[in-house]
Ligand binder design. Structure first.
Ligand SMILES: Cc1cc2nc3c(=O)[nH]c(=O)nc-3n(C[C@H](O)[C@H](O)[C@H](O)COP(=O)(O)OP(=O)(O)OC[C@H]3O[C@@H](n4cnc5c(N)ncnc54)[C@H](O)[C@@H]3O)c2cc1C
Length: 416
């Protein structure tokens, strides 16, 4: 069934009896050509592009819970391509271009909203660093503008411009950045993959990966053994757990990241804003809630909930940037498990086991990467070669010293 305005009108006139479930609920088959572990944004996008762009068949996505129950449905919905380094910028710009046509491509309203993102700067040195980043973005075909203090003040007069320690001096803006309704992305890819014959199997946890003579043969699951010629792992915060089934230790730590939503307020922030003097980012949802977040919790965890010290830290960041946020009531908060890599950049690569491929290490920023990650992982699975925009995302960069460390923090995953 194609979704359209005419369909909505027709269904409204006939009692909404014609809507069908958006995807099937199939029993797993004995074997597939491709098994994707993880029904988050990246796993679903991989299956979708494998079927649609690379014309592959006999594909299953195995999800231990329900589709979209992981980080893809827990993030703060920000998309952007404002990166500095060569290994990253072309990939994230590819992703932003895919976002721009995504709703028409998979015929689903994902509320892609290019409302603009600004990164505030507070010192001359930070302005110079942002200028350099903006120039790198423009050289890679992305858009970037440097705003001065008056331009920022005209947009958001309520900010704490004259903060004695962190005065706001301007911002780097990417107008094509913005927000996307996160769970609709999972649903849109799921529906599009299902329509192309992909089996989406929920409540199916992978408990083992079987190999024979250095080649993958399938996966053990809570619903029995499922054979596979190729297995792609896209389980985000659970990457280390799943890869431990083949005794593979990853350059990744799992940490909790929390998100917060205030009560509904009148329109206040029409774009996305990040604070340059603390870790705080904020946008306003279409329902009026301020959606914001900050640092990860500092300890390793697989729990999808965080602790009070980070709540306090995020609240301090918000108060320092826009003091009136202290008058708003916090409506809800939650956590997701982040796969923090040692240089802050992801991995999309083959492993030493034939037929086993890995996608992970997305840190804070994997939502905006969803379309490109799916496309590039599908490219790798189908052709056994990396996509041109993802050639730097290899495992061996850690051994060879070819780190892609945007922030220059070194091997400190909690700082990326
Ligand atoms: C609070 C928060 C805010 C964020 N904000 C942003 C943001 O604004 N912008 C941005 O770009 N990124 C953001 N991110 C990061 C982004 O959400 C993630 O990097 C991205 O969603 C990870 O990829 P995914 O969607 O495939 O992960 P997930 O949705 O987590 O998918 C992985 C799936 O694998 C499944 N799984 C795990 N183990 C198994 C197993 N053994 N068998 C079967 N299935 C398994 C899980 O149940 C899960 O559904 C944020 C994350 C959080 C938590």
């Amino acid at each position: 069934m194609r979704y359209s305005g005419f369909r909505v009108i027709a269904e409204a006139l006939t009692g909404h009896k014609g809507w069908k479930p958006a995807w099937r609920d199939p029993e797993p088959q004995a074997s597939y050509d491709y098994v994707i572990i993880g029904g988050g944004g990246h796993g679903l996008a991989t299956a979708y592009y494998l079927a649609k762009e690379f014309k592959q068949a006999r594909i299953a996505v195995l999800e231990k819970g329900y589709l979209g129950g992981g980080n893809v449905g827990r993030n703060t919905t920000i998309i952007r391509s404002n990166y500095l380094l060569d290994g990253n910028e072309p990939f994230y710009e590819f992703s932003l271009k895919l976002w721009e046509g995504l709703e028409q491509d998979f015929n689903y309203n994902a509320m892609v909203s290019q409302r603009g993102i600004i990164n505030l700067y507070h010192t001359d040195a930070q302005r110079d660093a942002y200028t350099r980043r903006g120039n790198a973005m423009i050289l890679h075909g992305a858009d970037a503008e440097l705003l001065n203090r008056d331009q920022v003040r005209a947009m958001y007069p309520f900010l704490n411009f004259d903060n004695a320690r962190f005065p706001i001096k301007g911002a780097l803006m990417q107008r094509r950045g913005g927000t996307v309704r996160h769970d609709a992305v999972a649903w849109g890819y799921a529906r599009g993959a299902d329509q192309r014959g992909v089996d989406l199997i929920q409540n199916c946890e992978v408990t083992g990966i079987r190999t024979d003579n250095g080649r993958v043969t399938g996966v053990d699951t809570t619903r029995g053994f499922i054979g596979a010629k190729k297995v792609g792992v896209a389980v985000a915060g659970n990457s280390s757990r799943v890869m431990s089934h083949v005794n593979m230790r990853l350059p990744i730590e799992s940490h909790v990241l929390q998100a917060f939503v205030s009560e509904g307020l009148k329109p206040l922030i029409d774009g996305v804003m990040t604070y340059g003097a603390g870790h705080f980012y904020v946008s306003q949802s279409d329902k009026g809630g301020l959606v914001f977040g900050g640092d990860i919790d500092g300890y390793n965890s697989y729990a999808q909930r965080g602790n009070m010290p980070v709540v306090e830290d995020v609240a301090e960041g918000g108060m320092s940037l826009m003091p009136m946020i202290g008058r708003a009531r916090l409506l809800r908060s939650w956590g997701g498990i982040m796969d923090m890599s040692m240089d802050g950049s992801p991995i999309i690569d083959r492993t030493d086991i034939d037929g086993l491929y890995f996608n992970g290490g997305w840190c804070y920023g994997g939502f905006k990467a969803t379309p490109a990650s799916g496309w590039c992982f599908a490219h790798l699975l189908a052709t056994d070669t990396p996509h041109p925009t993802a050639t730097a995302y290899r495992f061996d960069r850690f051994r060879k010293g070819l780190m892609i460390d945007e922030k220059g923090q070194g091997a400190q995953p909690n700082l990326h």
